[in-house]
Design a protein around this ligand. Structure first.
Ligand SMILES: Nc1ncnc2c1ncn2[C@@H]1O[C@H](COP(=O)(O)OP(=O)(O)OP(=O)(O)O)[C@@H](O)[C@H]1O
Ligand SMILES: [Mg+2]
Length: 510
């Protein structure tokens, strides 16, 4: 189904299905480039509504318009049937609209409790009552089932924990509509379950939820209805299917998708990376394994099992207490990421804002950043060459940007992830440490990233991949190491294992 549909007319009117909000023919351009052309969404009261589409389709832009953070160029918004301008965040808040952002927006120097109540602090005799704030935050967090200490500063939290704070903050106020822009991308299965509990409670309290995600299986668990955006146009609206997503996917990408996990043809060569007895305090202990040329090894486990920490330690981004790193059989000293890059390693990090990108710089220099030598001419950066390289990657990875001079910070989340990948593909690395490489990436781009990893392996690279998506681990790796509590508790041959077996090791394995 590819015909655009509009919902501005003929909405069934009974008390249960009364539209809470209708966005009709919304338009928005940035610098003359249209991002939303004719976007329609209708959400009913107490409805959980999925919003899906490829990277750069305009999902975040559309929900930001609804939250009053971005002003639209055209189109109408109706709240309970009445036209409303929706020109500011205050206006949206007054209607009862709150939003959880895709790129987190917490004040990292403040505590969990301070963030939850920011701008709405409990007061006593006209002063902020911090004690009551902490107590209220504790009750709130407990009710949500999030085991977070309200007095901890947010900068000490991991991405998944920060996500929980965002969620707690958004639902702390009584809301009519909560918008969640990819809230699960950094959460573990248990935390996703908790979040779904929160969502169901919101629904039973009469609150509507707009849920933006690339994970259709998750959406199928909670969503009542779904809207698909493609290139800024609404192309599909229906009840959320529970199992078969082919129609949705076709609407999203405009074609059939085949070969989700490309066939693996790489030959196993010499061992490129070997680690022995890697340990650091309570983070990870006695981690030993090897990865050969042509191999893709998965690192599975629950969030907090120590996977990211191990990757960062191998890359020299964090210290180790004990252990050895050998590259092609020779022990090497990796004290900092520069050392690692010199030894042919690349780290595709978990948190692209912190480790992967210079958000204020354009796309092109971000791609060449880790290998400037290749674009130098007489000691200076050759801008033409830089652009040519960047254009090559934009095409190869199907990065959606208005030009290679666009600021990376203005790209959609999934497209930023592709830029990080492009940057490392442009280096001479042979050992790739990749952490959740397809987080926040749409289905079409996922396949492309799998193809790229495959090609790297076929060209003789060694790939170590952390992923929380078990189908992805089973789909593209040769072997799986499972971590739990900082230790490797299982090593499995991918072709002979199952999701259940991996989960068993991750949760209980000894
Ligand atoms: N502030 C901005 N300035 C310029 N272009 C922008 C800005 N914000 C968004 N865009 C562009 O608008 C398009 C849509 O972006 P948006 O973030 O809405 O996509 P999305 O559907 O949320 O994608 P993703 O799934 O990757 O999060 C992208 O091409 C992006 O580059
Ligand atoms: Mg987005």
């Amino acid at each position: 189904m590819s015909d655009p549909v509009t919902f501005s007319a003929a909405v069934p009117e009974n008390s249960n299905s009364r539209p809470l909000v209708q966005l009709c023919a919304i338009e928005k351009s940035y610098g003359g480039v249209p991002v939303l052309k004719r976007a329609d969404v209708m959400v009913r009261a107490a409805e959980i509504h999925g919003l899906v589409g490829e990277n750069g389709a305009g999902k975040s832009t559309l929900v930001k318009i609804l939250a009053g953070e971005v002003t639209r160029d055209g189109g109408d918004v109706f709240w309970l049937g009445k036209a409303c301008p929706l020109r500011s965040r205050q206006e949206a808040e007054a209607l009862g609209i709150t939003m959880i952002h895709q790129e987190l927006s917490l004040a990292t120097h403040l505590t969990v409790a301070e963030n939850i109540f920011l701008g709405h602090e409990p007061t006593r005799h006209g002063c902020i009552d911090r004690q009551r704030e902490v107590a209220a935050a504790r009750v709130h967090l407990d009710r949500l089932g999030f085991g977070l200490d309200p007095t901890r500063p947010v900068h000490r939290l991991r991405p998944a924990e920060r996500q929980l704070v965002e969620i707690a903050r958004a639902v702390a106020r009584t809301a009519r509509l909560v918008i969640m822009d990819e809230p699960t991308s950094s959460l573990s299965a248990k935390e996703v379950d908790d979040l779904f509990g929160v969502i169901r409670r919101l629904k039973s309290d009469g609150t509507a939820v707009i849920f933006v995600t690339h994970r259709l299986e998750e959406l199928a668990e909670v969503a009542d209805r779904v809207t698909v955006l493609r290139d800024g146009v609404t192309v599909h609206e229906s009840a959320m299917p529970r199992r078969n997503f082919s129609e949705l996917i076709r609407a999203m990408v405009g074609r059939e998708l085949k070969d989700f996990y490309p066939p693996r043809r790489a030959q196993r060569g010499n061992v490129l990376l070997r680690v022995e007895g890697l340990s650091r305090a309570s983070d990870f202990q006695d981690v030993s394994f090897e990865v050969a040329a042509g191999e893709v090894v998965g690192l599975a486990g629950l969030v907090g099992a120590g996977r990211t920490e191990v990757l960062e330690a191998i890359f020299g981004a964090a210290p180790i207490d004990r252990g050895r790193i050998l590259i092609e059989g020779r022990e090497v000293l990796v004290r900092c990421p520069q050392d690692a890059i010199q030894h042919g390693m690349a780290l595709l990090g978990e948190d692209r804002k912190r480790t992967g990108l210079a958000l204020l710089l354009p796309l092109a220099p971000n791609i060449t950043l880790a290998n400037l030598q290749r674009v130098l001419r007489r000691g200076r950066i050759d801008l033409r060459k830089e652009e040519m390289v960047a254009r090559g990657f934009v095409e190869r990875l199907q990065i959606r940007a208005s030009s290679v001079r666009q600021r990376v910070g203005a790209l959609s989340g999934g497209n930023q992830q592709k830029v990080v990948l492009g940057k490392w593909l442009f280096t001479n690395a042979r050992i790739f440490l990749v952490d959740e490489p397809t987080r926040g990436v749409d289905v079409g781009a996922k396949i492309e990233i799998y193809r790229q990893l495959n090609q790297l392996a076929e060209a003789g690279a060694a790939i170590l991949m952390v992923s929380s998506e078990l189908p992805e681990i089973l789909g593209i790796t040769d072997r799986v190491l499972v971590m739990r509590g900082g230790r490797i508790v299982g090593e499995l041959i991918t072709s002979q294992t199952t999701q259940e077996e991996i989960m068993w090791y991750a949760a209980l394995g000894t």
